[in-house]
Design a binder for this molecule. Structure first.
Ligand code: AMP
Ligand code: GLY
Length: 419
């Protein structure tokens, strides 16, 4: 079989490594992939947002199945276009991807269908939004409506910060048209849990829970990043919490999407906060999380392609999905300075015995050498029987990998180990 994977980060590398375990898969194309992914797939220089070129490539190379991983192409209708061209694909349609690409859509869905989330108001007018934050409870959370590279959320600790956030999003349009509307919502507190799930629009199969570490520096200090490391399973997510999430959040969300005429097929990601009033949705993503995927997929025992095809064919109810009982930890090795300015072009050395557990996020191949080429460079993963062992092993592996100006957090998993 020939498979095409759209995207080029650590998440896509983890998906590709897992798909390769199926002996029926003989070719995987990564569009565009990266220098590290090139060890596991044929990388093709087509950008993840170039939908017409992606479809042309899939058709001309007789691709049997496509996986669209990042949010942008999903929101732009990559799956709609691939399926219209006769290529079965994994991922939601553009209409269903609105659950991530429009926070106003997601919040209104939750309000309408009684799914627990932070209280909120929507504003399309900067003056009205400023007036609101002059009187609302503080801290308050201000979110640009559309996709903003994961940076469209501002937690304001003072009224001045809140007013400044409204101005930068709505008036200065720092996130472009994503800021034509804002959601202003209540600040919630509690442990955060990421739950990725497979859904075919009818049934929902949650994957192993995980915990992201979004801040750049140890002790949850520094700027927000795409994610500096993950562990799975998340110890705060007990069987009781899981059952409550299934009844109050997962099933109602999938049913709501059916009811709205845009059934969700693909990976639906629930970003949850376990508040003292119960679990609440912080955000939905219409795709696999990065770097959650790097700890969740190594624990999947069932063949990934089989599960993905069951999603596409709407036969997930008849497809058992099994997980290993172990734990996983992923430590992201970044370029010093990330998420701000950072250097590129440093040589990366990875011992041969670690190739399989390293997911490459930002690297380029030049004359056969792997060079740093992004903020997040590598996700170094370990799977073990217990979480303490997985954390220890992931850090032991990090110690054996080198590139100049490498930076990583030293406390991935620490909060989880204290539970
Ligand atoms: P997002 O870009 O939606 O993933 O949000 C980034 C981060 O902001 C989340 O992971 C939370 O830590 C935080 N956040 C978002 N919404 C809220 C909220 N209502 N209350 C507290 N923290 C929030
Ligand atoms: N790690 C969070 C995300 O993928 O959005």
């Amino acid at each position: 079989m020939k498979i095409l994977v759209v995207g080029g980060g650590g998440r896509e590398h983890a998906i590709i490594k897992k798909l390769r375990e199926n002996p029926a898969v003989d070719t995987i194309y990564a569009l565009p992939g990266n220098g590290g992914i090139a060890a596991d797939a044929t990388c093709v220089a087509i950008g993840a947002k170039d939908i017409p070129a992606i479809v042309d490539f899939a058709v001309s190379h007789a691709v049997d199945y496509a996986v669209v991983a990042p949010d942008d192409p999903l929101a732009l209708g990559a799956v709609d276009a691939l399926e219209a061209a006769g290529i079965p694909s994994f991922g939601p349609t553009a209409k269903a991807a609105r659950i991530e690409s429009s926070k106003v859509f997601a919040k209104n869905l939750m309000r309408c269908y009684g799914i627990p989330t932070a209280q909120y108001e929507v504003f399309g007018d900067a003056a009205a939004a400023r007036e609101y934050v002059a009187h609302c409870r503080i801290p308050v959370v201000i979110k640009a409506d559309g996709l903003a590279l994961g940076k469209g959320v501002i937690i304001a600790q003072t009224r001045e910060e809140a007013a400044a956030a409204v101005d930068s999003i709505m008036t200065d349009r720092v996130f472009g048209d994503s800021g034509s509307q804002v959601v202003i919502e209540e600040f919630l507190e509690g442990p955060e849990v990421s739950v990725l799930s497979f859904t075919d629009g009818h049934v929902v199969v949650p994957m192993i829970s995980s915990m992201d570490h979004k801040r750049a520096l140890d002790g949850d200090q520094g700027l927000n990043t795409g994610g500096m490391g993950t562990i799975a399973p998340n110890p705060f997510y007990t069987p009781e919490v899981a059952e409550r999430c299934m009844q109050e959040i997962f099933l109602p969300t999938v049913a709501a999407m059916q009811d709205l005429g845009c059934p969700f097929k693909g990976c639906l990601y629930f970003g949850l906060m376990l508040t003292k009033d119960g679990p609440k949705v912080i955000e939905y993503n219409c795709r696999f999380g990065d770097p959650e995927t790097q700890v969740v997929l190594p624990l999947l025992k069932t063949d990934l392609l089989t599960v993905m095809q069951a999603v596409t064919n709407e036969t997930l109810a008849q497809t058992p999905v099994e997980w290993s009982s172990g734990a996983a930890c992923c430590v992201v090795m970044a370029s010093a300075g990330y998420p701000g300015a950072y250097e590129k072009g440093h040589a990366i050395t990875i011992p041969a015995d670690l190739q399989e557990c390293v997911y490459v996020a930002g690297a380029a191949l030049q004359d056969g050498r792997l060079l740093t080429n992004g903020g997040r460079v590598l996700g170094v993963t370990a799977v073990a029987d217990t979480l303490p062992q997985a954390v220890q092993e992931a850090y032991a592996r990090v110690e054996r990998i080198h590139f100049d100006s490498a930076y990583y957090r030293h406390d991935i998993g620490r909060r989880a180990l204290e539970v």
